[in-house]
Design a binder for this molecule. Sequence first.
Ligand SMILES: NC(=O)c1ccc[n+]([C@@H]2O[C@H](COP(=O)([O-])OP(=O)(O)OC[C@H]3O[C@@H](n4cnc5c(N)ncnc54)[C@H](O)[C@@H]3O)[C@@H](O)[C@H]2O)c1
Length: 256
Amino acid sequence: MNVLSLFDLKGEKAIVTGGGQGLGREMALALAEAGADVALAQRHVEVAEKTADEIKKLGRDSLAIKMDVSKADDVQNMVNTVIEKFGKIDILINNAGIAQGKSFLGMSEEDWDTMMDIHVKGTFLCSQMVAREMVKLKKGSIINLSSMSGFIVNRPQKQTHYNTAKAAVAHFTKSLAMELAKYNIRVNAIAPGYMKTEMTGPVLNTDMAKEWLSLSPMGRFGEPYEIKGLALYLASRASSFVTGSVVLLDGGYCCW
Ligand SMILES: NC(=O)c1ccc[n+]([C@@H]2O[C@H](COP(=O)([O-])OP(=O)(O)OC[C@H]3O[C@@H](n4cnc5c(N)ncnc54)[C@H](O)[C@@H]3O)[C@@H](O)[C@H]2O)c1
């Protein structure tokens, strides 16, 4: 089999949560460039609509859905809307997320719950409701966004809740992969290091970011497009024997 054909997503249908901007946008474009139709689901739907237009210009179908990944009714509505429009779901990327710097002693119950609701509960809800559709197809690829923060403790910023949520996403990935393997549904995760997106943009010129750079073997942050190849690999048949993997995309940060 020709290796490039393994990356071909023609006829495949995908959902990317938080797909309007940042890493989600790059991954959504990667899937569309490889031939998939892609739905973008997030709270700020205006942002998703712009990316949906970019995808349509590539000759693929797309739609933007306003939703909150931590609300079960929103997630079910997202799945129903995509099934109505596309007829099936082959690929889900659980990308929606937030960041917050907060010391442990100053953290409120609400800070903790919000972080867990979006990253852990949101990944659970979207995976479960989409997997119920993938089981009917007897195939699927789910990709979760963990982080290097699920493996190391970032410094100097304090973010116990974020680190804990991303570690949970990594182990959720492995647990779910084991349950869904018999249905030919693969579940993997990407664990990025510091990438230049809207999430990190506001602090990239600060002393904190200088410290991040001094701890980075490659001496630079990741460009958003640098996630595209890995996302396409995990979404496509190129990774057909890969499941339960959490792949670091961190320029070597976790080695030091
Ligand atoms: N940028 C980095 O350095 C970095 C590093 C490691 C992991 N990550 C993870 O990668 C993912 C994407 O990060 P990014 O840098 O592109 O962030 P970003 O802030 O640019 O984009 C996040 C997207 O998630 C959406 N979102 C947030 N909460 C939501 C909710 N409750 N429901 C629906 N949509 C919601 C936002 O609308 C936005 O479109 C996140 O899970 C993040 O934690 C990012």
